[in-house]
Design a protein around this ligand. Structure first.
Ligand code: SF4
Ligand code: FES
Length: 338
């Protein structure tokens, strides 16, 4: 099995593993961000360049470094390869440049965007971006395309990651949407105003990393951080029926697939579960979802608030009587023992 070293951590991985997946096997901060790669979708990746890394040693056989940053989601590990991600200032600078490019044509309308709080571009810009753009020219604008009553397309927010196109290709029969045109007029669209409507088409909402494809049945109903995610299942004839319910008060405001720590869907769900089962009585509730991503959803999450209260109580007990207790770093982390 080839051995690769990423940011000083070595791991042996099966033949054919990409650098990104090797990093995911190690886990933690060294995992490069990925805006277009999606492990559940074949041939995804290679479009956005957010996952770039520096290969400082090609392999034991040919130790020459690769001449420029490479897309880790598309570069296969070679035996003896050495890779730098967060340990390379050059990579971080290049990634900031990629983010700046992605934001050139992305409107900064987070305050009114339904995806705010679970938008990967928002997180990426926060973690890797610069505070200002140098772009001064006119941005892309699009005519609105109606793609049906369940999914809202807001093309100005699209970063052309192709994930929704892969979903349409690989999950649904009779694909009716894709990328049309080229260059700065390339857009996601249905050819001649077709409605996107088949059993699994709603999954395009879950894979879209930004707010370009959103759920019309949830639009403007709530900010996501005011909702409570709960895992639930039902006996569904079309899919596994394993979903996440997003409660606002006692109402199910939205149904989505469950996502893993990289924001990827664990199991695809059908449109019946997603759009038509919005009553608690439709579901068997399993319990609150554990939100461990850096998203703002976790900041208002009741699990974390319990941990926060427990943490404050622990701090209070360990301090001299009368000392005031503030919120220390890590207080919101339920795994934080301090
Ligand atoms: S609509 Fe969303 S999922 Fe589709 S290409 Fe654009 S950003 Fe990607
Ligand atoms: S995640 Fe690798 S190029 Fe987009």
């Amino acid at each position: 099995m080839p051995k690769v070293t990423i940011d000083g951590i070595s791991i042996e991985v099966p033949e054919g593993t990409t650098i990104l997946n090797a990093a995911r096997m190690i886990g933690g901060e060294i995992v490069p961000p990925a805006m277009c790669y999606y492990s559940k979708l074949k041939t995804s990746g290679g479009y956005c360049r957010t996952c770039i890394v520096k290969v400082s040693k090609g392999s034991d056989k040919d130790p020459r470094p690769m001449p420029k940053p490479v897309a880790s989601c598309r570069t296969v590990v070679m035996d003896g390869m050495e890779v730098e991600n967060i340990t390379s200032a050059e990579v971080l600078e290049a990634r900031a440049g990629v983010v700046e490019f992605l934001l050139i044509n992305h409107p900064l309308d987070c305050p009114v965007c339904d995806q705010a709080g679970e938008c990967h571009l928002q997180d990426l810009a926060y973690e890797h971006g610069k505070e200002a753009s140098r772009y001064e020219f006119k941005r892309r604008e699009f005519e609105k395309t109606d793609i049906g009553d369940k999914v809202q397309l807001h093309m100005t927010r699209c970063i052309l990651c192709y994930r929704c196109v892969k979903v349409a290709d690989q999950l649904t029969d009779g694909r009716v949407h894709g990328v049309i045109n080229r260059g700065d007029v390339a857009e996601i669209s249905t050819y001649i105003q077709n409605a996107i409507d088949n059993d699994f088409s709603g999954n395009v909402i879950d894979v879209c990393p930004v707010g370009a494809l959103t759920d019309k049945t949830f639009r403007f109903k709530s900010r996501v951080w005011y909702t409570k995610p709960v895992d639930a299942h039902r006996d569904c004839p079309h899919c596994t029926g394993k979903v996440r319910l997003w409660y606002k008060g006692d109402d199910v405001a939205r149904v989505t697939a469950r996502k893993d720590k990289y924001g990827e869907v664990e199991e695809w769900i059908c449109n019946e579960c997603r759009f038509d089962k919005k009553k608690t009585s439709d579901w068997v509730i399993e319990g609150p979802t554990h939100v461990d991503r850096h998203s703002v959803i976790s900041a208002n999450h009741y699990e974390s608030i319990r941990a926060l209260k427990a943490s404050i109580e622990r701090q209070k007990k360990s301090l001299p009587h009368g000392t005031k207790v503030g919120l220390g770093q890590g207080a919101l982390d339920p795994n934080n023992p301090n």
